[in-house]
Write a protein that binds this ligand. Structure first.
Ligand SMILES: C[S@@+](CC[C@H](N)C(=O)[O-])C[C@H]1O[C@@H](n2cnc3c(N)ncnc32)[C@H](O)[C@@H]1O
Length: 353
């Protein structure tokens, strides 16, 4: 499953200067025009205002439950960590600050578009290749990534599941119902098939099953009959078709159905459950004795799998301790960053031998 296991080379030349795109009105509205938000180092004041309004600046990601993750992983100087979902690098940066001196962090991500940007940002923040390496890999390939790095295990593992704000907010990636774009949804656009192709080829019974299993969709059969085998080139065309297929629902209920269908398709397109199951199976072997793992999940399909794997690991004696219950974001974090609202944190500690 893993892609290129070698660390991604850092671009060493500055990108050529490009003239900024003109936009109408006082403030840019389109993702790609929000050049100040894309450059938080340079435009800190604008970015702080966007964050204060409860939004995520375009092209960035706000890490969730950082204090809680640090608390359960308890990183110490000299520890070796793997952040299996590097994303924008927010959790990685917080971990690195605690691992040094003497420690190191491997960052994995399946996204070949965002990974080099994050690697360059962490380099610019002062983390050289001796302490931080970036690996373009599905986390299902964690054992191979560790072996290629000469490691038999790590002290700390983190997975912050799902997609990042950079991916969701970029209309060109086709993840979000809020922005019109090609119906793609692939974290790695050079692998697998876009959501549009999946819908075109799938049979209604298979789509109904996928909607039920990936998003507990109560209208799975009705929707599958209308959507399977059809061509939907853009996110907006699909969202409208879902609304039209459920005329009895009020606006809010129809919006929820649209979100569930998008979630189910994203999970299918990226084979997310099978990657998570594989990673959970490899977990104990990838952790050093006494090592800690933390997982942030965002819907019940993910949390069920993590809970089951941790409980089985404790029963078998592989994990000495596991979280009694999930840890949720504080009301203050949910208010400041509404995208944190569904997050659930679970953790486990490997037995000492
Ligand atoms: C929620 S974001 C992580 C954000 C990160 N913790 C931060 O602080 O910026 C999830 C990231 O995991 C990546 N991802 C999701 N599933 C993956 C998988 N199976 N293998 C590797 N990366 C994956 C996505 O591409 C995305 O960048």
């Amino acid at each position: 499953m893993s892609d290129d296991l070698a660390p991604t080379p850092v671009p060493d030349a500055a990108p050529p200067h490009r003239r900024r795109v003109r936009y109408s009105g006082k403030n840019p509205r389109r993702f790609e025009d929000k050049y100040k938000e894309h450059d938080p180092q340079r435009y800190a004041e604008t970015v702080a205002k966007v964050i204060a309004s409860g939004k995520t600046p375009a092209g960035t990601h706000r890490p969730i439950m950082v204090a809680e993750v640090l608390d359960v992983l308890a990183p110490r100087p000299g520890d070796v960590a793997a952040d299996c979902t590097l994303g924008y690098g927010g959790h990685a940066q917080a971990l690195l600050a605690r691992l040094l001196p003497g420690g190191r962090l491997l960052g994995l991500d399946a996204d070949p578009l965002e990974l080099p940007k994050t690697e360059a940002r962490l380099r610019a923040a002062g983390f050289g290749p001796d302490v931080f390496t970036a690996h373009r890999s599905n986390f299902a390939g964690l054992p191979q990534v560790l072996a290629a790095a000469g490691l038999t295990g790590v002290d700390l593992l983190l997975a912050d599941l799902g997609v990042s704000s950079m991916q969701i907010d970029d209309p060109a990636r086709g993840f979000s119902v809020k922005f019109n774009g090609p119906l793609d949804m692939r974290m790695n656009p050079s692998r697998g098939q876009p959501a549009s192709a999946l819908l075109e080829k799938i049979r209604p019974e298979k789509l109904a099953e996928l909607l039920r299993e990936n998003a507990d969709e109560p209208h799975a059969e009705e929707l599958a009959t209308v959507l399977a085998g059809k061509t939907f080139r853009t996110t907006t065309v699909l969202a409208n078709a879902i609304g039209a297929a459920l005329p009895r629902l009020d606006r809010d209920a129809a919006d929820l159905a649209v979100r569930r269908v998008f979630q189910a398709l994203r999970i299918a397109v990226n084979d997310e459950f099978s990657a998570l199951d594989t990673w959970l199976r490899h977990l104990p072997a990838c952790l050093n004795p006494g090592g800690r793992v933390a997982v942030l999940t965002f819907h019940s399909g993910e949390d069920r799998r993590v809970k089951k794997a941790f409980t089985a690991g404790q029963r078998d004696g592989v994990f000495a301790v596991i979280a009694d219950d999930v840890i949720r974001p504080t009301p203050a974090e949910r208010y400041a960053n509404p995208r944190s609202t569904p997050a659930k944190l679970r953790w486990a500690r490997r037995a000492a031998n």
